[in-house]
Write a protein that binds this ligand. Structure first.
Ligand SMILES: NC(=O)C1=CN([C@@H]2O[C@H](COP(=O)(O)OP(=O)(O)OC[C@H]3O[C@@H](n4cnc5c(N)ncnc54)[C@H](OP(=O)(O)O)[C@@H]3O)[C@@H](O)[C@H]2O)[C@H](O)CC1
Ligand SMILES: [K+]
Length: 500
């Protein structure tokens, strides 16, 4: 997993690398600028004109070095320095002197000197990880002008004005980048919905900071990587009874589709036997749609009113399409008293828990909850910003000793110790009805096959997102449906199997 460190830790990594590699600070800047330039040229093949807007710190120093490196690679280049040169950092000065006369920068210290920015692209190097306060005054005016221009904007390290690891006050101006090329590690704020319009598409380029130092750092935030996913092995002598016995409790009148999607997803994710408990009205529907499922019917025609867990069930998946009626609430309460297998709880199962918080302590330890933000809000109340939302997620998982995925772009998986991992796969096309039902089925199948619930949760969100990406590629992210995600599960799982 890739650690996500705070600005202070990254500064220390910088200093450690300089002292121990050893490399001079200005040469580290040269390496960072070169890594940026290479990625930039991959992203923007032919750019007619670029404005490089620099502050006077090291982010600005990067900007000057990048402007120098881009000479001959792009058309016309203009360089602007915003701020007081007397306050410039050491490495900024060295790069200022290296610029040469052809790129002679224009200095901006007041409003009258702010240009119109009519280039096709702007590189933003005003502030990076050294931002110490919200951006105001002439700096804010420059940012407003950048944001108002027609140009694409590519930020160096982080969009100027955005704090990497804490909320940015709404009073401060922030660059709205179309792309951000960041150094060595992603910054926490890149995973926050509220920062998406500033960060744009983000890319991380290695700049050779000491791996030894980075891995020693304490953090509770990580990014899942492909190499972290280890699927359960299938062996020659396995049989259906050893490949996971999954009980799916899902559906109600008019919502049998949720049960079908979960059931299909579980079967496509390798579960050996799928038992489905559904209301009477769902019997024919499920048997026709999913012939592999063994269906047991509830006494009630339209909803689930009583579930008795059979013996030898490895995992119980409950929630998709069940509704929140009183009888179903009672059925869930009874099930919680008797269940010993870990549970995957989604949708209305979570809504029932939110309305009856005394039930939370009865959920088998290490079980998995898969709320979307609306369901999560019902469980923990509202939050003032994305950072507080993550704190609430940690506190909840620690308190109830549960694993949880908070679904959305970069779904956040939290374990019982409060460690958070962000999932990199997935796309906006997955924000469609039934997508969550697919995820619960995948996670249930993986737990059934013997993965521990946390590993299954991390692998499940990764596979689900990957299948979603493949579906978006095939159908377009506007048109794809949850059934398309199910259809792509085999391809996604095959891709993961091949890398093992
Ligand atoms: N660590 C690495 O991996 C590497 C980072 N590089 C680049 O360096 C920047 C960080 O550089 P740093 O000099 O620490 O900070 P900045 O350039 O972001 O900004 C510092 C200057 O900006 C002033 N500042 C801060 N906030 C404001 C504000 N709101 N308004 C006006 N001025 C502001 C600050 O002044 P102070 O008064 O706060 O002292 C400084 O003058 C990193 O992001 C990378 O781009 C390396 O090049 C490679 C290694
Ligand atoms: K920047």
């Amino acid at each position: 997993m890739r650690p996500i460190l705070n600005s202070q830790q990254i500064r220390e990594a910088d200093a450690f690398t300089i002292a121990n590699e050893p490399i001079s600070s200005v040469n580290l800047m040269e390496r960072a600028a070169s890594a940026f330039t290479q990625k930039f040229l991959e992203l923007f093949a032919s750019v007619p004109s670029v404005a490089v807007v620099c502050g006077v710190g090291n982010n600005g120093g990067d900007g000057l070095a990048i402007a120098r490196m881009l000479q001959g690679e792009v058309g016309h280049i203009e360089v602007y320095v915003v701020g007081n040169l007397e306050k410039a950092s050491e490495d900024f000065r060295v790069n200022y002197d290296r610029l040469g006369e052809r790129l002679s920068p224009k200095i901006v210290v007041d409003e009258s000197q702010i240009p119109e920015f009519d280039t096709s692209l702007i590189i933003d190097g005003m502030f990076g990880s050294g931002l110490s306060r919200p951006v105001e005054g002439v700096y804010a005016q420059v940012i407003e002008r950048i944001n108002a221009s027609e140009a694409q904007v590519c930020a160096i390290d982080i969009p100027s004005g955005l704090f990497a690891d804490k909320p940015t006050p709404s009073a401060g101006a922030v660059v709205e980048a179309t792309h951000t090329i960041s150094f060595q590690l992603p910054k926490l704020v890149f995973f926050m919905p509220s920062a998406a319009s500033y960060v744009g598409s983000w890319h991380v380029v290695p700049i050779g900071l000491s791996e030894e130092f980075l891995l020693q750092q304490t953090t509770d935030k990580w990014q899942i990587e492909l190499r972290d996913i280890h699927l359960p092995l299938k062996r020659r002598f396995d049989h259906k009874g050893t490949n996971g016995r999954v009980l799916l409790v899902a559906g109600s009148k008019g919502k049998m589709g949720a049960a079908i999607l979960s059931a299909k997803a579980a079967l496509r994710s390798g579960c050996g036997l799928l038992f489905a408990h559904v209301p009477c009205c769902g019997l024919d529907i499920l048997q026709v749609a999913v012939p592999e499922a063994m269906v047991e019917v509830d006494e009630h025609t339209e909803i689930i009113s009583e579930v008795l867990p059979e013996e030898q069930i490895d995992v119980i998946v409950i929630g998709p399409g069940i509704g929140t009626g009183k009888l179903t609430e009672n059925a869930l309460a009874q099930l919680l008293q008797k269940a010993t297998a870990p549970m995957v709880m989604d949708a209305d199962a979570i809504n029932i828990l939110a309305a009856n918080t005394h039930l939370l302590s009865a959920v088998p330890p290490e079980s998995v909850l898969t709320p979307h933000p609306g369901e999560f809000k019902r469980l923990v109340g509202d939050w003032k910003d994305d950072f507080e939302k993550l704190e609430k997620l940690k506190a909840f998982c620690k308190k109830y000793q549960l694993n949880m995925v908070l679904k959305g772009a970069y779904s956040a998986v939290c374990d019982t110790k409060g460690q958070i991992t962000f999932n990199p796969t997935g796309n906006p096309g997955m924000a469609t009805g039934g997508s969550g039902d697919v995820l619960t089925g995948v996670i249930g199948a993986l737990i059934g096959q013997g993965m521990n619930p946390l590993e299954a949760l991390r692998a499940g969100v990764y596979i689900h997102g990957l299948a979603g990406d493949l579906a978006a590629h095939a159908q377009g992210y506007r048109s794809m449906t949850a059934s398309d995600i199910v259809a792509m599960l085999p391809q996604a799982i095959n891709q993961l199997d091949k890398k093992c």
